[in-house]
Design a protein around this ligand. Structure first.
Ligand code: 13P
Ligand code: SF4
Length: 321
C-alpha cells in the first residue's frame, strides 16, 4: 500500500508536469481508474474514451487500455501526443482481423456497407465505411438497414450475431471472438439463478448468444453500469471483465454483485473474465511511461492510414443515438 501511494503521488505530479490527461477503460486496474478520476481524466467505455480524447484540453493523452483505443485517440487528435503504459497491449479481436485479409474480404463485397467494431487496427478502420462500438452498434446498423443496405460486419461474430437478431439486417459476419467474453457459459448460471432468483443478468454482447438470450440487460460496459443502476433487482450477475466491478460497486453500493460463470469454473480457464491485455496496464508502467516522455510508449499512425480511418471513425463519434 505504501508503494502504491508513492506511485500514485509520482504519477499525479508527472501528469501535471507533462500536461497529460489519463483516459482509462473500466477493465484496467482500479488504481488506474481511481487515478484518472482524481486527476480530471476519464474512466469510461470505448466510445466515450474516444469522445473524451477529442475534447480534452491537455496536449498529451495517456490511454490506459488496449492499442486500438490509443490509435483511435491519435487518429481523432493527431496534434496531441498519445502515450500508453504498455504498447504491446492488444486485443484478440484486433489480432484475429489482419488488415490484408480484411481488405481481400471487403473487396469481394463492394456493394455492402463495411461496418467494423472499434476493436480493430487503424489499417482495418481505413478500409471500412463505419466504425461502431457495442454501445451504438444496433442503432447504426438499424440506420443502415432502414436505407436498404446490406452489411459486411467484422470482426466479432457474437456482437455481429446479436446486432443481426436485433435489427433483422442482411449481414455477413467475419469469424472473430473475444477470448475473455467467449468463455462465459450458461451452465452454472442456472444454478446461481436458483440460489438468487431475484438476480438480474447483465451481459456484454461479445458473449456467446446463449448468454445474451438469458440477459436482462445487454450493452457496452458503460451501459451495463447504467443498467445496474436502473434495474430494480438487489442482486446482479455480471458477464464481462471483472475490472468493471470497481465502478459498478460505486454506482450501486447496496446491491450484491456476482461474477457470471465461465467455462473454466471447476476446470481450466485461460482468461477467466479478465483481459490479459488490459491487465498489462499498471501504475508502475504508467510512471515509467510518463518518465520516458513517450519514448517506447508513443502511438503513431501513418498519415495515409490515419486519413482513411478518420472517415469511418468520425461517423462513429458523430452518430447520435
Ligand atoms: P466497451 O465499448 O463496452 O467499453 O468494450 C470494449 C471492449 O474491449 C470490451 O471487451
Ligand atoms: Fe479485446 Fe476482449 Fe480484451 Fe476487450 S476484453 S480488449 S474485446 S480481448
Amino acid at each position: 500500500a505504501a508503494r502504491e501511494a508513492e506511485l500514485v503521488e509520482q504519477a499525479t505530479a508527472l501528469l501535471r508536469a507533462k500536461d497529460a490527461t489519463l483516459v482509462a477503460h473500466y477493465y484496467v486496474d482500479e488504481s488506474l481508474q481511481a487515478l484518472a478520476e482524481a486527476t480530471g481524466g476519464c474512466v469510461s467505455d470505448s466510445l466515450d474514451m474516444a469522445r473524451f480524447g477529442q475534447t480534452a484540453e491537455a496536449s498529451t493523452l495517456v490511454v490506459a487500455g488496449v492499442s486500438f483505443m490509443g490509435e483511435t485517440a491519435k487518429i481523432l487528435s493527431p496534434e496531441k501526443r498519445v502515450w500508453m503504459p504498455q504498447l504491446a497491449a492488444t486485443c484478440s479481436l484486433d489480432i484475429g482481423c489482419e488488415a490484408g485479409a480484411y481488405r481481400a474480404w471487403r473487396r469481394q463485397y463492394p456493394d455492402h456497407v463495411a461496418v467494423v467494431y472499434a476493436n480493430t487496427s487503424a489499417a482495418v478502420k481505413a478500409e471500412a465505411d463505419w466504425v461502431v462500438t457495442s454501445s451504438i452498434a444496433v442503432e447504426v446498423v438499424e440506420h443502415l438497414h432502414a436505407q436498404g443496405k446490406s452489411i459486411l460486419w467484422a470482426p466479432d461474430k457474437h456482437l455481429g450475431g446479436y446486432v443481426q437478431k436485433q435489427t433483422g439486417a442482411d449481414m455477413l459476419l467475419w469469424d472473430g471472438a473475444c477470448i475473455v467474453h467467449e468463455e462465459f457459459r450458461t451452465r452454472g448460471l442456472d444454478d446461481i439463478k436458483r440460489i438468487y432468483p431475484q438476480a438480474a443478468i447483465l451481459v456484454h454482447p461479445e458473449s456467446p448468444d446463449e448468454m445474451v438470450a438469458m440477459a436482462d440487460a445487454v450493452g457496452s460496459t458503460k451501459q451495463l453500469i447504467e443498467a445496474a443502476r436502473r434495474l430494480p433487482h438487489s442482486h446482479l450477475i455480471v458477464a464481462t471483465d471483472k475490472g468493471i466491478f470497481y465502478k459498478m460497486r460505486q454506482a450501486v453500493p447496496d446491491k450484491v454483485l456476482l461474477e457470471a460463470p465461465t467455462r473454466g469454473v471447476g476446470g481450466d480457464c485461460v482468461s477467466c473474465a479478465h483481459c490479459p491485455w488490459m491487465a498489462m496496464n499498471s501504475l508502475e508502467r504508467l510512471v515509467n511511461c510518463l518518465h520516458s516522455d513517450g519514448v517506447g510508449h508513443s502511438i503513431e499512425v501513418d498519415e495515409a492510414t490515419r486519413i482513411g480511418a478518420l472517415r469511418s471513425l468520425t461517423r462513429m463519434v458523430e452518430f447520435q443515438r
